[in-house]
Design a binder for this molecule. Structure first.
Ligand code: ATP
Length: 516
């Protein structure tokens, strides 16, 4: 099945099974805003717990914070967001569709890179084990020509973006004959800047109103609380502050479901270090964060770093962790070495000394900062993209059947176990209810007695429940039940008394955290 079709099915699945709903659906929806349903909210909470525990629980020098969404408007002047948090937008005059000029160019570069990868894969197939990829890339004329194109385009594009040269961005689009995906034409407007921050007003009109912004990132809430946490937490450098919270961006092009939303949630951690050591810490956090992603078991080949050639004005190194979504490798997390830019700016705008007295060096300085920043919603989409499978099953009579299953890591699954009486009589429902009652303090359990057992299993597969417990007549005799495993579909007979320990071990987040 084509990857786009898989993605469409995933979006439909999210709605059908209570994971994600379009916002305000009965009023025809609100573009790029989504609501999380009964299973979505559980998965989201579990993702947040995995992140939070890996930061705050595992590191005794990282503490948490929960700052407000509304902040003093000068913060956004100091951070550079009022003047520079812009996207370059361009309209196609025929389709009347609006695009981000940088995204059009990046997609074009990705297409050429894709051609190179296809060439390499073709050759790998031809040469088999003897294939020397490095040599092939250095000598194949088609690969070389395309690589030159990519390099030249990257250089020109970075220069234009760094200089905010909007005319040059348009020229790159024209010179590379980039067309509108809808109309197929090259009838473009000029490129214009568009600020992504939402604004609103505080105060009633009688006392005067003040324009304030909905935060476009959670990071600034950490920087402005730097001194508070430093003092009250008696922190010693290096130390980190972690925060999970909503952020808002008036994205020009909202695409790909929850990949790019106007209201979303971020998990950010700012790690403050001695100046001069920041690139070592940057390398360390790159490795740590990649390990966190790969520990989920979705295949290390599906992740890669994308180091930035174009650096934001505040950064001296930056990389993205990208995952291979059904629509290609895309950013899930950004890791940035933000230097002392933010604290310095706040020192200047607030007049407060944003410094740390280093007892070992005997001097005060503004620390440098490494940021790790990941979107909860994008991580949610990454997890579901990896977990969603349509499987062909061979039946005993030789015919085949398909099942849709979410192969979620057990500790992330919204429901850990479903308890099912085989039939709705003979005292079986009462036993099932008692099991749910006893286990619900430890796990998210679901009681299910509707339809045939096969259909019930499918329903649980579709929401990703890793374990199903079935109560049958044998249970009445020997207090044993069957436990059915989602991934292997194997079944095993165990005692009711053993259930808690068996499941606890399997759904525990601890064994995963210990691997990090
Ligand atoms: P992009 O290049 O995709 O616009 P970005 O580089 O602007 O993202 P950052 O500002 O580094 O993103 O934000 C950190 C993380 O927040 C991203 O890696 C992503 O996971 C998430 N994120 C950013 N914008 C959005 C959005 N509009 N919707 C959902 N998640 C987002």
């Amino acid at each position: 099945m084509a990857q786009e079709d898989v993605f469409k099915k995933l979006v439909a699945h999210c709605k059908e099974y209570g994971y994600v709903f379009p916002s305000s659906e009965i009023y025809d929806g609100l573009s790029a805003v989504y609501d999380y349903g009964q299973y979505g909210v559980e998965l989201k909470n579990n993702i947040k717990k995995y992140w939070w525990d890996s930061m705050v629980l595992l590191n005794d020098n990282i503490v948490g914070l929960d700052s407000a969404i509304f902040m003093h408007p000068t913060i956004w002047k100091a951070s550079g967001h009022v003047d520079a948090f812009n996207d370059p937008l361009i309209d196609n005059k025929d389709s009347k569709k609006r695009y981000r000029a940088d995204v059009l160019i990046e997609d074009h570069i990705a297409k050429i890179e894709d051609k190179i990868s296809k060439e390499v894969e073709k050759a790998r197939g031809r040469f088999g084990d003897a294939f020397d990829e490095k040599k092939f890339r250095e000598t194949n004329p088609r690969v070389l020509a395309n690589q030159v194109k990519v390099d030249e385009l990257n250089t020109r594009y970075s220069k234009a973006l760094n200089a905010t040269d909007l005319a040059e961005l348009k020229q790159i689009i024209i010179d590379n004959e980039i067309v509108c995906p809808i109309s197929g034409t090259r009838n473009w407007t000029d490129v214009r800047q568009f600020n992504l921050m939402f604004s609103t007003e505080v105060g009633s009109t009688s006392e005067g109103t003040n324009k304030i912004y909905l935060r476009p990132e959670t990071a600034q809430g950490i920087f402005v609380n730097f001194l508070n946490v430093l003092k009250t937490g008696r922190m010693k450098i290096p130390f980190g502050i972690a925060q999970i919270g909503k952020a808002f961006r008036n994205e020009i092009v909202a695409r790909q479901f929850i990949f790019r939303m106007r209201e979303f949630e971020q998990m950010e951690m700012q790690f403050f270090v001695q100046p001069g050591t920041e690139l070592d810490w940057f390398a360390k956090w790159k490795e740590t964060r990649m390990k966190w992603h790969q520990a989920l078991g979705f295949g290390s080949e599906n992740y890669r770093f994308h180091d930035h050639t174009k650096l934001a004005h505040y950064a001296n190194a930056a990389t993205d962790i990208e995952y291979k979504f059904p629509f290609g490798f895309k950013e899930v997390e950004g890791i940035h070495s933000r230097t002392d830019y933010d604290l310095k700016q706040h020192q200047q705008y607030s007049g407060k000394k944003m410094q740390y007295f280093d007892p070992e060096k005997g001097e005060s300085y503004i620390p440098y900062d490494i940021e790790t920043s990941i979107g909860v919603d994008r991580m949610f989409l990454q997890v579901l993209s990896a977990a969603y499978m349509e499987e062909e099953l061979k039946k005993e009579d030789g015919s085949s059947d398909t099942r849709v299953v979410l192969r979620l890591p057990s500790f992330l699954a919204p429901v850990k176990l479903a308890v099912m009486p085989l039939i709705k009589k003979d005292g079986l429902p009462e036993i099932a209810e008692k099991i749910v009652h006893d286990l619900k303090f430890d796990f998210n359990c679901q009681y299910d007695d509707k339809d045939s057992i096969g259909r019930r299993y499918r329903r649980q597969d579709a929401i990703g429940t890793p374990y199903c417990i079935t109560i049958d007549h044998q249970t009445l005799e020997d207090q044993s039940v069957t436990i059915r495993y989602r991934d292997s579909m194997e079944q095993e007979r165990v005692g009711i008394g053993q259930l808690k320990d068996i499941i606890k071990e399997k759904v525990s987040i601890q064994s995963l955290l210990k691997k990090l």
